[in-house]
Write a protein that binds this ligand. Sequence first.
Ligand code: SF4
Length: 482
Amino acid sequence: MEFPLPKVLQILSKEVAGYAVPIVDLIAVQTKDPYKVLVATILSARTKDETTARAAARLFKEAPTLAALATLSEERLAKLIFPVGFYKNKAGFLARLPGVLASEFGNQIPDEVEALTRLPGVGRKTANLVVAVAFKKPAICVDTHVHRIMNIWGYVQTKTPLETEMVLRKKLPPQYWLTINSTLVAFGQGTCKPVAPHCDRCVIAQYCPRIGVTPRKVPKQVKKTTEDGMRRFVSWNVNGLRAVEKKGFVEIITDLNADLVALQEIKALPEQLPESIKNIPGYTAYWFSAQKKGYAGVATYSKEEPISVIYGIDHKDHDYEGRVLTLEFSDFFFINAYFPNSQPGLVRMEYKLQFNNDLLAFAQTLAKQKSVVICGDFNVAHKEIDLTNPKQNEKNPGYAPQERAWMDQFIEAGFVDTFRMFNQEPGQYTWWSYRFNARARNIGWRIDYFCVDAKSAARVKAAGILPEVLGSDHCPVSLDFA
Ligand code: SF4
């Protein structure tokens, strides 16, 4: 059966009227200014709308016109537009834009696709969007949402957005050209999401053949994260983000529905990761990878935009290993840490203890300002109760006397191991060796923690371990924080 496009678009135009307006359309309506539409479109590539909106507002405050944009340095532009995706590249494009517009287009924003694609940072998708949105001229902007959804519907069978654009130019009735992008972007962001679309609540479900779609599993009992102002945090050593991606990582994170997700041992640079991981709907991800490829590295996904992000602990001996990433919010700091392993023969013990002490000093400094939550893979089981075979491991990495002594010192300094506030049972582990069927036999270690500074212990409402979550040799740990 032929896909009933007119009927579906009629339903969707009513449906998306209640959704957030895509940022570029919003800026067009609010400003009617092709310069601002062009700049917002450049900023919006691979970036969530909320992030684009905030970055555009900061930028337009200092550069309301093309002439004002020309006065800003590339460094200043990068600062203003951070954290949009590829902000350094985009700052370079924006720095070159006034020059190219002056020399080739008499300081006017061109209104043709081919001309626009000669501008720095403007590809075909951006050019089509500017022509359609800023100049209201016939153009079909095919971004990933349009390309993806048109293929899900079977209206096109194409491999690339460019192919989709070419097919739509022949097939799509002209009355839909100008609106198809904003309708499908809004719908793609709100319901037909790239990962786990909401087929369960979709208004056009009866017409959709769902080609190539894995529908969202409706979680049985997901905790409401904002109940009574409570936030849920999760920390997980994923032992390689690219590996865990193949084991349902995005769906796991979506279902956990935490406000903050701290990952350790990501073993990748952001540019090595697929879009599905870099842009999990509802989250902005912050990355601090190790300089050495395929090693260590931490990342934090946040629903809320932090006030600031601190990469590392300002220490040359540690920061190149990508071990600590801190997000600052109005009433707490969230430190995501991957502590070093002391290694067989304890050959890295000296380095590890130095790192631990430097991190403790960093956390104590922050705790003077506001609450501190510190989570991650501490790479140490603190007490006998925290591992299956304490006697056998007394001198081994992760349970060596020096490491346990440091953990004592950390607790004496006022930090609270939140899991033990609620649970004094043995057999509660967060890491199992891949060998000897250890996980199935629960021969493990509790080496992943959520800790808080002493004065914030009263804000801790629950702390747990999620051993049912598979995908890594560690499982996630969680904290409910008021
Ligand atoms: S039914 Fe599912 S796949 Fe089809 S449009 Fe709706 S959300 Fe997308």
